[in-house]
Write a protein that binds this ligand. Structure first.
Ligand SMILES: C[S@@+](CC[C@H](N)C(=O)[O-])C[C@H]1O[C@@H](n2cnc3c(N)ncnc32)[C@H](O)[C@@H]1O
Ligand SMILES: [Zn+2]
Length: 281
C-alpha cells in the first residue's frame, strides 16, 4: 500500500493535517490524534464507525468488474479519459495529482497514471473490495469514503478529478481541485449498450447525461468539451454475465441464472458514452 499521497488527504473527522505515520507507512494520525490504520489489502477506511446508507459492491461484483475491464472492452473509454485529464497533471513540467471519485478497481486511474509518470492519486470508493485493487496502483492512496460527504482532501489538492459512472459531488470536486484544474466525467449516452438490454434485463446503465453534468457543475466549472466515444463490443456469455454482475444486478442474481438466460453465441453491442471535460473556475 502507498501513503505516498498522504498530503493529498486531510483528517475526515477534524479536517486537520497528519502528525505522523507509524514509521512503516501503515497508519495516519492527525494533529488532533485521530488515527486510521491501513487494512491488509492496502486501503484505508475513513468511514470507521459511521456506517452509510449505501450498499457497497461485493467481492464477486468487483471480481466481475475487474475481469470485464481487464479484457479491454472499455479500453476506448479509458484512453479518452486519460487523454482528457493527463495534460492537467503534466503541463508546465509539473508532477501532478489526481482524485478518482468512485474509483472502483482503479481501471481508469491506472490509464491516467500511465501517462503521468510519478503522479500521485487518491482513489475514493465505498467498496473495500474494489479499493483493494486500486490500492496497488503506484503513488495511490485508496480510501473508503462516501462521496456525498465532505471529501477528505485539502482545498486545491489535486490537478484532475475523474468521475466514471460514479456519483458527482461537484461542489466538493471544485474545492479539492486547484484553480484551472480539470474534472473529467463519463456518462452513458441514451443508447449505450442498447442491444444488450433485452438479453441482460438487469444490465446496469448508470444514470446521467452530459447535459445534466454541465448543469450541475455549472456553478463551479466551465465546460471545455464533450467527447463522444462510441465503440463496438463483442461479448461471449461469460463476459456478458460479468457486465451484468458488476452492476447492481450483482446483488440480486447469480452467474448461473444469467448464463441460463443468455444465448450461447457472442453478443454484439455498441458502447456510447460522453466524456465531459470541465475546468474549475
Ligand atoms: C458503476 S461503478 C464505477 C466504478 C469505476 N469508476 C469504473 O468505472 O470501473 C460506481 C462506483 O461508485 C461507487 N460508489 C457508489 N456510490 C458511492 C458513494 N456514495 N461514495 C463513494 N463511492 C460510491 C461504487 O462502489 C462503484 O465502485
Ligand atoms: Zn483529526
Amino acid at each position: 500500500m502507498s501513503l505516498a499521497a498522504k498530503e493529498l488527504l486531510r483528517c475526515p473527522v477534524c479536517a486537520g493535517g497528519w502528525r505522523t505515520s507509524d514509521g512503516v507507512g501503515r497508519s495516519l494520525v492527525c494533529s488532533a490524534g485521530h488515527r486510521f490504520d491501513a487494512a491488509r489489502q492496502g486501503y484505508i477506511n475513513f468511514l470507521t464507525g459511521r456506517g452509510t446508507r449505501f450498499r457497497p459492491d461485493t467481492a464477486e461484483m468487483v471480481a466481475a468488474r475487474e475481469r470485464f475491464l481487464a479484457a479491454g472492452h472499455y479500453a476506448a473509454v479509458a484512453a479518452a479519459v486519460a487523454d482528457a485529464a493527463a495534460p492537467a497533471l503534466t503541463d508546465d513540467g509539473r508532477i501532478g495529482a489526481a482524485l478518482d471519485a468512485g474509483a472502483g478497481t482503479g481501471y481508469y486511474l491506472a490509464a491516467l497514471l500511465s501517462r503521468a509518470p510519478g503522479a500521485r492519486a487518491v482513489a475514493l470508493d465505498l467498496s473495500r473490495h474494489a479499493l483493494g485493487r486500486a490500492a496497488k496502483l503506484a503513488g495511490t492512496t485508496a480510501v473508503v469514503w462516501d462521496l456525498w460527504r465532505p471529501l477528505p482532501l485539502p482545498d486545491g489538492a489535486v490537478d484532475a478529478v475523474l468521475d466514471v459512472f460514479a456519483p458527482r459531488n461537484f461542489p466538493e470536486f471544485a474545492r479539492a481541485l486547484r484553480q484551472d484544474g480539470v474534472a473529467c466525467v463519463v456518462t452513458p449516452q441514451a443508447d449505450h449498450l442498447a442491444a444488450l438490454r433485452d438479453v441482460l434485463p438487469m444490465l446496469d446503465v448508470p444514470p446521467g447525461k452530459a447535459d445534466d453534468v454541465e448543469r450541475s457543475a455549472g456553478a463551479h466549472f466551465d465546460r471545455v468539451e464533450v467527447r463522444s466515444v462510441r465503440f463496438g463490443l463483442e461479448l461471449d456469455p461469460e463476459a456478458a454475465a460479468d457486465l451484468a454482475l458488476m452492476g447492481p444486478a450483482g446483488h440480486h442474481v447469480t452467474r448461473a441464472d444469467l448464463l441460463s438466460r443468455l444465448p450461447h453465441g457472442p453478443l454484439q453491442a455498441e458502447g456510447a458514452v460522453d466524456v465531459t471535460v470541465l475546468r474549475r473556475r
